[in-house]
Design a protein around this ligand. Structure first.
Ligand code: PLP
Length: 486
């Protein structure tokens, strides 16, 4: 008789032991992160050069895997959780959120229908109502009326779903060639991507002019829509920025809603990053006009300590969304869905399957409490405001845009060249990482403050580096000096 094969799967005890080792690895990574350069300096191809050309034929010990995390993966990471990370926008992470993702993976359930795991759907509906309450959103987004909330993978996914719902409301199955979409020049690239995915031609997207604060001008939207209507076209969908990516510009949502109402267009508000600041009573004003939006999204996976991916997306009327996305094959029919008493979130998103993402938002909300989350957002916002004040007070620099929340955009008064050189010099220190944008066609440094680990001392260090590398206020010929000028 052949010898019995060794067990294929880990026993519960092996899982427990290796689980402790993996958690220990992550804890040690986070404990030591501050000592690492913020971004990796490996050459392209280095990671692949460390990997064998073919997969292992025999299973390997778990310890070898963890060792390769240290040897191959960690050196080639950009450390998004580093306290010196001031680039893009933060990507949320926190202990409770990481552990919720672990639990979600451990459960291994799939929540495409209510009946495939009622807890996945109902917890999600409930935490989205909690979030609506915490952010002070209008009642129309709560699940006890025609509207409600869902967790999408990303703000890009939310904008796409909103466009598909708007497209359905305006034209059903089509044709779509007369539909027109509007957003400002400051909108995130995901709007243009959604237009393409929805099968519209890029010319069907109109760019609304912005004012000096980079906010969409309602009169420009009104003029574009009127011209389109007069030409026999159909204004269908508008995306307003509640905090643009470049500079957290805030569109006047209420005034844009007036224009949309005149044309029956769907108004989607993209609050991917700045939407989290609605948590703070003193910043509630940034949501002015949301009570007239058709949909709104914000990303807990940015400022709200929740691991990627977690975008909260609310609609005032779920009808067009579900109508646009529901396809019902025989193998998904079930009594609960047919009763009409349950939500099937597969009809609120592009894929069929869905992970138990509500778990991490639930863990974060319960572990921090509303008070803890407000404290986090308030602290990072205050740090950004202090940095803005220092920059505004220094004649070498100028602020490039209003800074209502936790993003500060600035440049060297000497122009693009010294600004670009300053950014390069800052990043070359390995202590901080910042990115740039162009505002009013001028090179601009963005400081997005900060990660869960960023404290006042880290922003002080950033300021010391800017001060040191930003040059003297007067150059040798009376003009502003370039970065690095002693
Ligand atoms: N919208 C805005 C305003 C953003 O700033 C971003 C990303 O930074 C996005 C959309 C895209 O976010 P996601 O990565 O969730 O698709």
């Amino acid at each position: 008789m052949d010898a019995p094969e060794p067990p294929l799967h880990w026993t519960p005890d092996e899982f427990r032991r290796h689980g402790h080792e993996a958690v220990e690895w992550v804890a040690r990574y986070l404990e030591t992160i501050e000592g690492r350069p913020v971004v990796s300096d490996v050459e392209p191809g280095w990671v692949r050069s460390q990997l064998p050309p073919s997969p292992p034929e025999a299973g390997e010990p778990f310890g070898d895997l963890l060792a390769d995390l240290d040897r191959i993966v960690a050196p080639a990471l950009s450390h998004w959780q580093h306290p010196g990370w001031f680039a893009f926008f933060p990507t949320g992470a926190s202990g409770p959120s990481v552990l919720a993702d672990l639990v979600s993976s451990g459960l291994g359930v799939q929540g495409m229908l209510w009946s495939t795991s009622p807890a996945v759907t109902e917890l999600e509906t409930h935490v989205l109502d909690w979030m609506a309450e915490l952010l002070g959103l209008p009642d129309r987004f709560r699940s006890d009326g025609p509207g409600g909330g869902v967790i999408e993978d990303s703000a890009s996914g939310a904008t796409l779903c909103a466009l598909l719902a708007a497209r359905w409301r305006a034209a059903g199955h089509g044709p779509f060639d007369r539909l027109r979409v509007y957003t400002s020049s400051q909108a995130h690239s995901s709007v243009e991507k959604a237009v393409r995915i929805a099968g519209l031609h890029p010319d069907q997207l109109r760019l609304v002019d912005v004012d000096d604060a980079f906010a969409a001008r309602p009169d420009s939207l009104a003029a574009l829509m009127a011209a389109d209507r007069d030409a026999g076209l159909v204004p269908c969908f508008v995306v307003a920025n509640l905090g643009s990516t470049s500079s957290t510009a805030l569109d006047a949502v209420g005034a844009l809603a007036d224009v949309c109402a005149e044309h029956g267009a769907w108004l989607h508000v993209d609050g991917a990053h700045a939407g989290a600041h609605l948590l703070l009573p003193e910043l509630r004003w940034i949501g002015e006009g949301l009570d007239r939006a058709d949909s709104f999204c914000m990303n807990p996976h940015k400022r709200l300590l929740t691991n990627f991916d977690c975008d909260c997306f609310w609609v005032a009327d779920r009808g067009p969304l579900v109508a646009a996305l529901s396809v019902l094959p025989e193998y998904l029919r079930n009594a609960a869905s047919e009763s009409g008493a349950v939500i099937d979130y597969r009809d609120w998103q592009v894929p069929l399957g869905r992970r138990f993402r509500a778990l991490k938002l639930w863990f974060v909300l319960r572990a921090y409490g509303a008070e803890g989350l407000r404290r986090h957002v308030r602290t990072q916002t205050a740090l950004a405001q202090e940095l803005a004040a220092r920059l505004a007070d220094d004649p070498r620099f100028e602020l490039a845009a209003p800074h209502p929340v936790d993003l500060v955009c600035f440049r060297h008064v000497g122009g693009d060249e010294p600004t670009e050189a300053l950014l390069e010099a800052l990043n070359a220190t390995g202590r901080v990482f910042l990115t740039h944008t162009r505002l009013a066609d001028r090179f601009t440094i963005r400081v997005s403050v900060g990660t869960q680990a960023t404290e006042a001392r880290h922003v002080d260090e950033l300021w010391a580096l800017i001060d040191d590398l930003g040059g003297r206020s007067q150059g040798p010929h009376g003009g502003p000096a370039g970065p690095g000028t002693p």
